[in-house]
Structure formats: structure tokens, C-alpha cells
Design a protein around this ligand. Structure first.
Ligand SMILES: [Zn+2]
Length: 256
């Protein structure tokens, strides 16, 4: 299977323990609009490492949070990435509200999507793609119709591992059916026999061992057009680049 690589630009403020989740966050954030975002030094330094790693490297899509464009130090770094021909920009929401953990809210979600899309697409220009990844790692069936209405063509929020299947009350098939009915292409995440293999699982014992092996095996060929190519999503976080004193890199088979 061809791999499609993406990173989420989450900062420390966006951890579910901090913000956006109705019962896991110190600030549940009942509304979605936030202002005055300032990147942490952690995110700025990891972004610098990511820039070094991705320059002349593989094609990568960055799932950006619209509020991050408030921070000029972060935006300066994004400007460097925007000039790279191997970088595309997509949408991870506005301020990382975990919509699927809250009761259905089509009106609020639609408002947020439109605002985030307008801001990120105006910023990214030619590099913008109407693709979405749900904050918090879960997407609900009711989110498909608002995504389609806001012009999104692809979602990559499905983690089809057995741990998450249980949390989803059985499986992801209802979500996938809802995406399909609304004309949204779903690109699920890579998983292993043990469980999740993307995002935090890539660095989390015991998932990390089979995950790293699966990443190497599945990254021989890297796509840049997940809308038109059958791909499996391999994703990590910008903040991962702070690991190993800044020498961390995703476990890819590098043919170049
Ligand atoms: Zn996130």
C-alpha cells in the first residue's frame, strides 16, 4: 500500500488534558473560537527540526489549527514550509475542540469549519487542500454532512484498531458509511495486529515496536494525492521532532 504522510501541528495547549474535551480537560472550552494563540518554545523548536528534516524530503501534508496563525513566530516558520514544493496544508480545526466527545452540534461545527477553512486556505493559497483531521483523534457520524457542506473532500480521522473500535461501540463502519454517503473520501490510519500505529502510539510502549516495523514496511512508496490514490495514512506530530534532543525522525524507508 502507498503511504500518505501527514503531521498535526498541535501545541501543548491543545493536549486533551488541557483543552477541548468535556471531561478530560482543565479547560473544556464549551465554545470553539479562541484568540491570541502564542506558540510554546517546544513547538517552535520542533518545527525548526521538522523544517530541516523535510527540506528536499518526502511529500508531507501539515494539518494546521487555524488559531495558530495568530502567532507570528509560528507563522514565520510556516512561511518557510509553504515555499517547499513537497508541503501541502490542510485543516485540523480552529482551536482543537474535540467535537466528537461533545453532544452533536452541527451548527457550531459548521461555523468553526467555515472559519478555519477560510483562514487556512487564504493563508496557504496553492498549497491548501480541503482535507480534515478531527482534533482528539475521533470523528462522529454527524460530522460528515457539515464537512461536505463546507467543501471538504477528504477526512483522515479513522483509527481502525481494536482498542478504538471498542470505544466507538463496535466499529467504525457507521462513520465510514456516513463519510461515503456525503461524498467524503476516508483515509484511515495505519494500524498493527497490536493496535494503533500512528500519532502517540508511534512512541508509546508497547505499540511502538510493531508500529515502527509497520511504518518501515508501508513507506516504500509515498503518495501526494490521497484523493485519487488508494493510500494508508501515516501521521505523527510536529512536537515529536523535539524527541531525542531534536534528532527524532519518523521511521520511514528512505529510498532517496
Ligand atoms: Zn490534534
Amino acid at each position: 500500500m502507498t503511504a500518505w504522510l501527514s503531521v498535526d501541528s498541535d501545541d501543548h495547549q491543545h493536549f486533551p488534558s488541557r483543552r477541548g474535551h468535556p471531561n478530560r480537560s482543565s479547560d473544556p472550552m464549551p465554545g470553539w473560537r479562541t484568540e491570541g494563540y502564542q506558540a510554546t518554545s517546544h513547538l517552535l523548536e520542533s518545527t525548526d527540526r521538522f523544517i530541516e528534516w523535510v527540506r528536499d524530503g518526502p511529500n508531507v501534508t501539515i494539518f494546521l489549527l487555524a488559531e495558530q496563525l495568530d502567532c507570528s513566530e509560528f507563522t514565520t516558520r510556516m512561511n518557510i514550509l509553504l515555499e517547499m514544493p513537497n508541503i501541502l496544508i490542510a485543516c485540523h480545526g480552529w482551536g482543537h475542540r474535540c467535537w466528537s466527545a461533545w453532544p452533536e452540534n452541527i451548527e457550531g461545527f459548521s461555523e468553526m469549519l467555515t472559519a478555519a477553512r477560510n483562514r487556512i486556505s487564504a493563508y496557504a493559497g496553492e498549497s491548501w487542500r480541503p482535507w480534515f483531521r478531527a482534533p482528539g483523534g475521533y470523528v462522529a457520524t454527524w460530522m460528515a454532512a457539515p464537512l461536505a457542506a463546507a467543501g471538504f473532500r477528504l477526512d483522515s480521522s479513522v483509527n481502525p484498531s481494536r482498542w478504538v473500535n471498542r470505544k466507538m461501540g463496535g466499529d467504525w463502519s457507521k462513520v465510514q458509511a456516513s463519510m461515503q454517503q456525503n461524498g467524503i473520501i476516508e483515509r484511515p490510519w495505519l494500524t498493527t495486529w497490536l493496535g494503533p500505529a500512528c500519532g502517540p502510539a508511534l512512541n508509546l510502549f508497547p505499540f511502538s515496536f510493531p508500529a515502527r516495523r509497520a511504518w518501515r514496511k508501508n513507506s516504500v512508496s509515498i503518495a501526494n494525492d490521497p484523493e485519487n490514490e488508494e493510500t494508508i495514512a501515516l501521521y505523527w506530530h510536529l512536537l515529536d521532532h523535539e524527541r531525542k534532543s531534536g534528532r527524532w525522525e519518523p521511521p520511514l524507508t528512505r529510498l532517496m
